[in-house]
Ligand binder design. Structure first.
Ligand code: C2E
Ligand code: CA
Ligand code: CA
Ligand code: CA
Length: 279
């Protein structure tokens, strides 16, 4: 009996100790990944529902890892937040998105609004406003061309300072949007004070809305609230024409989702943009 127990013991422990988990591999290869251009941005168009015009794009991080292939940001962003690497990565994202705006501009694509996701960790930096300002200035883009997508998590620590930062960013001319609304601990109380231009409803909100009358009613009410507060509403994750029909009926301003386009590489977006202008 003792022998048997020892065997199972032996089989189990060495595997736990010697094989690094994917998380550890990802964590330890992030810096090198940034240096060797394994990160890239894809861009997903946002459409004005009323006109069908492309309003802007959301920049979404992609990591092409040599061993694992494409790794989802849902997997590596939390690791980068834990280690603090998100600060460096976030600066790279903003820089890259700003440069892309310039490139598109030089291709004759008139002022495209690019939105960039910001982690709460970035907001805990003392010099966040100066850092954002200098990246934008260095790239030579107007602040009005850049939108920051923020979640309520930025208010978890030091809400007063966060509010102050938002006011500073807004007075620089940046556009602000409240992301992932309708998930987690979303609360209407945030809407009372914060200076934001767009309310972004999470895709979990639109899932099932076609058959769920209660969801439709909540959706409709949120649009009314947002409009009364001078915010525009963006619905994320629109996949079907039926879903589009419903959000259009309820006066949602902008849509983003696979129905029009998934996130795509910059060249592909340029094509999409030309096609949409031509039609
Ligand atoms: P998010 O900000 O809520 O971004 C929207 C996510 O929904 C994206 O996933 C997008 O590809 C996906 N999506 C868009 N349209 C549809 C649709 O019609 N159907 C479905 N099922 N999904 C759709 P993605 O690119 O995997 O990004 C996941 C999350 O990772 C983002 O969620 C965001 O929180 C985070 N993330 C991505 N890039 C960055 C970044 O540069 N910085 C930070 N801090 N976070 C980022
Ligand atoms: Ca987002
Ligand atoms: Ca979301
Ligand atoms: Ca998010």
């Amino acid at each position: 009996v003792a022998k048997k127990r020892r065997n199972t013991y032996k089989l189990y422990l060495p595997m736990m100790n010697n094989v690094p988990t994917k998380e550890i591999v990802l964590e330890s290869s992030m810096f090198e990944a940034l240096e060797s251009n394994q990160f890239m941005l894809h861009y997903q168009p946002k459409l004005e529902i009323g006109t069908g015009r492309i309003h802007g794009v959301e920049a979404l991080l992609r990591w092409k890892h040599p061993e694992f292939g494409m790794v989802s940001p849902l997997e590596f962003i939390p690791i980068a937040e834990k280690t603090g690497f998100i600060i460096l990565l976030g600066e790279w994202v903003l820089k890259t998105a700003c440069r892309q705006v310039k490139v598109w501009e030089q291709m004759g694509m008139d002022s495209i609004l690019v939105s960039v996701n910001m982690s709460m960790i970035q907001f805990q930096q003392r010099d966040i406003v100066a850092s954002i300002q200098s990246i934008i200035a260095e790239a030579g883009v107007r602040p009005e061309q850049i939108e920051l997508e923020l979640t309520e998590s930025i208010f978890m620590e030091n809400p007063e300072q966060t509010l102050q930062i938002l006011h500073e960013l807004q007075s620089l001319g940046l556009k602000l949007s409240l992301d992932d609304f309708g998930t987690g601990y979303s609360s209407l109380s945030y809407l009372q004070n914060i200076p934001i231009h767009y309310l972004k409803l999470d895709k979990s909100f639109i899932r099932g809305i076609v058959t769920d009358i209660r969801k439709q009613k909540i959706f409709k009410s949120l649009v009314v609230i947002a409009h009364n507060l001078n915010m525009k509403v963006v619905t994320e994750g629109v996949e079907t024409t039926e879903e589009l029909q419903i959000i259009k009926e309820h006066k949602c301003d902008l849509m983003q989702g696979y129905l029009f386009s998934p996130p795509v590489a910059p060249d592909r977006f340029a094509e999409l943009f030309r096609t949409s202008k031509a039609s």
